[in-house]
Design a protein around this ligand. Structure first.
Ligand code: GDP
Ligand code: IMO
Ligand code: MG
Length: 427
């Protein structure tokens, strides 16, 4: 019963979309299990280039059912736009299913996201502004509205009336902005319900059937491990868990059914938004990586902060996810560099440490200790066999895997589906 979770192992944007698209043709089901449209997953395949925010990256494989799982917070406006855009480009979305347990992002979530960021001032998280924090906060505060409620206008009316009164009190009394109109929001979400009705249903049964039939299920992660609210650089994190464990909770598959956890890492690090990043490069090398790789966010267009591979963070990421294999992406981006650095320890207050501190003030003070390796300085984008990679490139990825303590399955040498080297089978 192969169930493989594809997990962002760093701060997001590792290339999860590319990896899931590549694996999807063998999968019966792909489930997005966390996050919302803060995610931006880029897929480049024979059908073109696509930026997916909510729809699983398996959507291009015609025999694959794609589920937006219960762990996702859905903005219906964004989802409908995404469905329309895919359809206009000839991509069939009839295999898409939305869990009736998935929470909805409401207009007040988006408003509150920006008002709370403003209130934080210099301590702003640098969120994507998609209402993610307020929506997941409402989920656990039991003030959420779920996709299933779109199917019954009376239930929706009752829920919205009760919640919107409370949200309007916060908007007007705390933030001193105008309230939202019940009629407008209700009308809008009734329309969404009409359009999304064919997609919304119970989803755990489909997964159980696929498990019984021994069919491949992929659990598509969003964000990255170091943005996890428990284990990431709190409070500079997102608000749902990007970890492999959430692959179970956010889809409704028992944890003991997950047979493989593929950790997706860039061969360097990037981060969007605020918060500590020990290996960040604020010099010309950081700029060179950003420009070569076009490291600008898929969702917000913001410049991504770039830095060397952090093996301390990578080993921590492996510890809390239990990676069974690694996919390294963007090896080609390093093709021109004469030397590469890997962070193998931190100097903290005069001591050498080999762990990722929970305390962000301590993490801010960590100075990376680097190991330097030679670059290869030849193009790799055309290579498809591991042994054909330059010896320095093999030495580099093997050292990264050794420090992360996990074997490599894939190495990506370009954004396109086939620009991938299979080093060993995924299971
Ligand atoms: P995700 O959020 O994890 O799916 O990643 P994003 O799509 O936000 O960002 C990854 C970016 O890297 C996308 O633009 C991909 O097309 C691109 N990409 C993925 N793998 C490779 C690779 O091996 N080489 C290059 N040059 N680009 C890659
Ligand atoms: P994918 O799935 C990179 C970051 C934001 C911000 C923090 C909180 O494409 O890898 P949020 O809007 O979630 O409240 O913002 O998390 N962030 C991401 N960074 N990739 C993502 O998703 C991200 N989703 C959220 O930049 O720092
Ligand atoms: Mg992304």
């Amino acid at each position: 019963m192969p169930v493989i979770a594809v997990i962002g192992a760093q701060w997001g944007d590792e290339g999860k979309g590319k990896v899931v698209d590549m694996l999807a043709k063998k999968a019966r089901v792909v489930v997005r299990f966390s996050g919302g449209d803060n995610a931006g997953h880029t897929v480049i395949n024979p059908l073109g280039e696509f930026s997916l925010h909510l729809i699983p990256s398996g959507i291009f494989s015609s025999q694959t059912t794609c589920i937006i799982g219960n762990g996702v917070a859905i903005n219906p406006t964004v989802l409908l736009k995404e469905i329309d855009q895919l359809n206009q480009r000839g991509v069939d979305t009839s295999q898409l299913i939305i869990s009736d347990r998935a929470h909805l992002i409401m207009p007040y979530h988006i408003l509150l996201d920006s008002l709370e960021e403003k209130w934080r001032g210099g301590q702003a998280i640098g969120t994507t502004g998609r209402g993610i924090g307020p929506a997941f906060a409402d989920k656990v505060a039991r003030l959420g509205i779920r996709a299933g409620e779109l199917l019954d206008k009376e239930i929706l009316r009752k829920q919205l009336r009760f919640i919107l009164d409370y949200k309007n009190a916060i908007l007007t009394k705390v933030h001193e902005v105008n309230p939202l109109s019940f009629d407008e929001v209700y009308r809008q979400y009734c329309q969404y319900g009409e359009r999304l009705m064919p997609y919304i249903r119970e989803t755990t049964e489909i997964l159980e059937t696929a498990l019984h039939r021994d069919e491949l299920i992929l659990l598509e992660g969003a964000q990255g491990t170091l943005l996890d609210p428990d284990f990431g650089t709190y409070p500079y994190t997102t608000s749902s868990s990007p970890l492999a464990g959430e692959g179970s909770l956010g889809s409704g598959i028992s944890g003991n059914k997950i047979t493989g956890v593929l950790g997706v890492f860039k061969v360097y690090c990037t981060r969007v938004g605020s918060g500590p990043m020990p290996t960040e490069l604020t010099d010309g090398t950081g700029d060179l990586i950003r420009e070569t790789a076009h490291e600008y966010g898929t969702t917000t267009g913001r410049a991504r902060r770039c830095g060397w591979f952090d093996a301390i963070a990578a080993r921590f990421s492996n510890r809390i996810n239990g990676f069974t294999r690694i996919a390294f992406t963007r090896l080609d981006i390093l093709d021109t560099l004469p030397h590469l650095k890997i962070c193998v320890g931190y100097q903290l207050d005069g001591k050498v440490i080999d762990f990722f501190p929970a305390n962000i003030a301590a993490l801010e003070r960590c100075q990376p200790i680097y190991e330097e390796l030679p670059g290869w300085q030849v193009p790799t984008t055309h290579i498809r066999q591991y042994q054909q990679l330059p010896p320095q490139a093999r030495q580099y990825v093997e050292r990264l895997a050794e420090l992360t303590t996990c074997p490599i399955s894939f190495i990506c040498v370009g954004p396109e589906r086939e620009q991938t080297i299979e080093v060993r089978p995924i299971l």
